[in-house]
Design a protein around this ligand. Sequence first.
Ligand code: NDP
Ligand code: GDR
Length: 324
Amino acid sequence: MTKRALITGVTGQDGAYLSQLLLNKGYEVYGLVRRSSTADVNDVRLRWLGIAENVRFVDGNLRDLSGLIRTLRDVKPDEIYNLAAQSFVKSSWQQPILTGEVTALGVTNILEAIRLECPGTRFYQASSSEMYGLIQEEMQSETTPFYPRSPYAVAKLYGHWLTVNYRESYGIHASSGILFNHESPLRGIEFVTRKVTDGVARIKLGLRNELRLGNIDAKRDWGHSRDYVEAMWLMMQQDLADDYVVATGRTTTVRDMCRIAFEHAGVSMDDHLVIDPDLFRPAEVDVLLGNPAKAQEKLGWRATTTLEEMIVEMVDADLKRLKR
Ligand code: NDP
Ligand code: GDR
């Protein structure tokens, strides 16, 4: 029988790659999209992958419980992937209440809709390495204590624990993927990797002269979104729901990530990179390094794309896009 998946956040980076993966596996893919005054769905990423026509859009918002209940009644999904969120950490200080309403309480809405309408549906929650924040252990695993450092991370921690709680309270097949940073040519322009690859491509083409960044000493464990959505799907295929860290096990400074992009484009980093104190955050997560041993052992998952390969792919995609 054809499986049916509902993805919230289908217009985002992960929503696009996950749609592609599920369509390739023969799923019927439904995507929750929020209405905007421009009539068209924001399907630019899905179009980039050539799959916009294959995703069935349903109107909805993570903040609207009754709409979610109606959607689940109509769609009757076998699997729900909750990727929707106010996902930009820096914005969460500017919009802490909105971040809480969507990124935290939105999880309650969708889990309540599942409990009331289709308790047999499997649920994936997009949790985040940001929950570790002020690091308690050198390598973070499923058992490392959390210490969130932004309104975003606090909201994600709520969503994570609610997922665990609905699993334990109601027996819902609800899994939480604690994903470390993952990027791609479809990454939003506000996130540091894409800001760098787009900026470097603009400098290379003579469209701009400088790239302004904040804290380039921060370290992140970066992987590719295409690899990470596979881990989401694998979690949903397990007999028992559980929580998994998804990471590469390698950490790199923003500075060194930047260097890969500049060197690939053949542009001098020293001549063009400017540090802007306004871009520093009120509280920083200095270093993240994930231990993916459990995902490797239980899901048979591992990251396949190196940081170098990914940054080169992103710079090339931005050069191509800008030349067009
Ligand atoms: P994006 O920011 O690219 O996508 C976010 C999505 O959420 C968009 O489709 C957006 O829709 C949607 N959305 C926002 N608010 C609402 C709302 N109120 N109702 C319905 N939809 C809404 O994020 P990513 O694809 O990068 O990440 C996917 C998820 O994984 C997010 O929850 C993120 O926090 C989490 N995560 C991401 C990591 C990463 O490194 N990428 C790492 C760990 C966790 P619209 O197009 O209308 O704005
Ligand atoms: P992050 O990603 O906050 O880790 O959250 P981001 O790319 O925004 O920042 C990574 C690190 O780079 C530093 N930095 C800058 N960041 C941005 N955006 N812009 C800059 O100019 C800049 N200069 C330095 C930041 O201070 C930070 O240390 C991402 C999101 O996808 C979350 O949704 C997800 O949960 C986590 O990854 C895991």
